[in-house]
Design a protein around this ligand. Structure first.
Ligand code: BES
Ligand code: ZN
Ligand code: ZN
Length: 465
């Protein structure tokens, strides 16, 4: 879909917005303007913008997404749209245009899949034209649209990776893809063999699988004179069977999504050379499968780690924290001064928060607060969960420095974070548990069924702030 901003356009459909309770001639009485409500009236696609007093950028995205889906349904080739929300409640033309494009590009996403026979041959909208009649605002709207486009496309790319089945995206495939992305974007690329590097915790997860693990590192240097370095660390389990602590088979197929953290980090890294934030950023991707086999780690085994700490493996299904432990240690060794890890870490996070909000836990309130605020603006909500000492105590082992899981299974998100905190030390750190938000059973607004792409936009806006 081509996207442009213009003062006027010839199009076969025109998207217009209407606030709840407000009237426009030609628009039928029953159309109430509820956010995301759509109605085709002649050549117009009317979309509800919700209550004027509640209007924000997330409403722009929702409306834009609903309207573009309708345009696809009616097979419009060239679609023109008003820039919803411009000048409403202080929203500037750039941000409004950006949100319109984000909503459209994210909303129209569909995973291509592998079916040879398709019911409805995929129809594509050829062009989306944002109408900006005020010539003075054209440049800002253009900048916003261009930005919205690359960011939404990076999030869609992350979705594609998460939706890709594990036989089509092995750790080796993932590393090759990361290398390609690094090359195109002039990022430094390193791919390590975890076993040879002494990453014993990562290796403990990988050794049950026939697929070779990797630790991939991508580096962007936006502030060469500074020693500050942000590390984004993404859990990259390309399939989580649970290992010897095998998961129940029901819904196990969804565990192809267990690399959503790594996919999000790769999505963010792919944007840095375009956006050029003045920050040094390192993306660290521990990549492996978690499989049962005759050479898999067994419950009760004690393994080492890159940090030197020994770990008693209580549950081989608590594998995310094992690979993150070594990735966090690696980032610290390489000089990271701020750590953010993103992981589909615990089923307990889904129990607590469902699929509507990501859990966030860490040791630095400023960093956590900032991420929560930015997540809210992006429509990617974060909710803080606690990290009390009691959670750390529940991981005391009688045979090693730490256990990878408490036997009780209580407070999994906090216990998981407590495990990670042992490897983090005092470096400012935030842990994002995206187990619930990374993969959806049902589409919702501009989020499709399956991979959501969280939290690419939040992280990129944070880096840009
Ligand atoms: N990958 C899972 C968590 C998960 C579950 C993600 C459902 C997405 C959807 C993780 O590795 C896991 O299995 N965690 C265990 C932790 C437990 C052993 C402490 C879990 O959730 O049971
Ligand atoms: Zn697991
Ligand atoms: Zn997992």
């Amino acid at each position: 879909m081509k996207i442009k901003v213009a003062a006027e356009a010839v199009s076969d459909r025109q998207i217009v917005g209407l606030f709840e309770g407000e009237k426009q001639k030609e628009i039928p009485e029953y159309f109430k303007g509820k956010l995301g409500q759509v109605e085709v009236v002649g050549q117009k696609i009317v979309v509800g913008l919700g209550k004027r007093g509640k209007f924000d950028l997330e409403a722009v995205r929702a409306a834009s997404s609903a309207a573009i889906k309708k345009a696809r349904e009616v097979k419009a080739k060239v679609v023109a749209t008003l820039i919803h929300g411009e000048e409403v409640r202080g929203i500037n033309p750039k941000d409004a245009a950006k949100a319109v494009v984000e909503g459209a590009v994210l909303g129209i996403y569909k995973f291509a899949g592998y079916a040879r026979e398709k019911e409805d041959p995929d129809f594509q909208i050829e062009q989306l034209i944002l109408l900006e009649r005020d010539k003075k605002k054209l440049k800002s709207a253009e900048a916003g649209a261009a930005l919205g486009r690359i960011i939404a496309e990076a999030e869609n790319h992350a979705r594609d990776l998460v939706n890709t089945p594990s036989n089509k995206l092995t750790p080796t495939d993932f590393a090759k893809l990361a290398e390609r992305i690094a090359k195109v974007n002039h990022l430094k690329f390193t791919s390590l063999d975890p076993k040879a590097e002494g990453m014993e915790a990562l290796w403990a997860v990988a050794k049950g699988s026939d697929e070779k693990p990797r630790l991939v590192v991508l580096e962007y240097e936006g502030d060469p004179r500074s020693k500050e370095k942000i590390a984004l660390i993404g859990k990259g389990i390309t399939f989580d069977s649970g290992g010897i602590s095998l998961k129940p088979s029901k819904k196990m197929y969804e565990m192809k999504c267990d690399m959503a953290g790594a996919a999000a980090v790769l999505g963010v890294m792919s944007l840095l050379n375009d956006l050029k934030p003045k920050k040094n950023v390192m993306g660290v991707l521990p990549l492996t499968e978690n499989m049962p086999s005759g050479h898999a780690t067994k419950p009760g085994d004690v393994v080492g780690s890159l940090s030197g700490l020994t770990i008693e493996v209580i549950n081989t299904d608590a594998e995310g924290r094992m690979i993150l432990a070594d990735a966090l240690t690696y980032a610290k060794i390489k000089g990271a001064t701020k750590l953010i890890d993103i992981a589909t870490l615990t089923g307990g996070c889904i129990v607590a928060l469902g699929d509507v909000v990501t859990g966030i836990i860490g040791n630095n309130q400023r960093l956590i607060g900032k991420l929560i605020d930015i997540g809210e603006l992006c429509g990617q909500r974060l909710w803080q969960l606690p990290l009390y000492d009691e959670y750390k105590e529940s991981l005391k082992s009688s045979v090693a420095d730490i256990k990878n899981s408490s036997e009780t299974g209580k407070a999994q998100p906090s216990t998981g974070a407590a495990f990670l905190s042992k490897f983090v030390g005092d470096t400012p750190w935030a842990h994002l548990d995206i187990a619930g938000t990374a993969f959806l059973d049902k589409s919702r607004g501009y989020l499709p069924e399956g991979a959501s792409g969280v939290p690419v936009r939040t992280l990129i806006e944070w880096l840009n702030s």
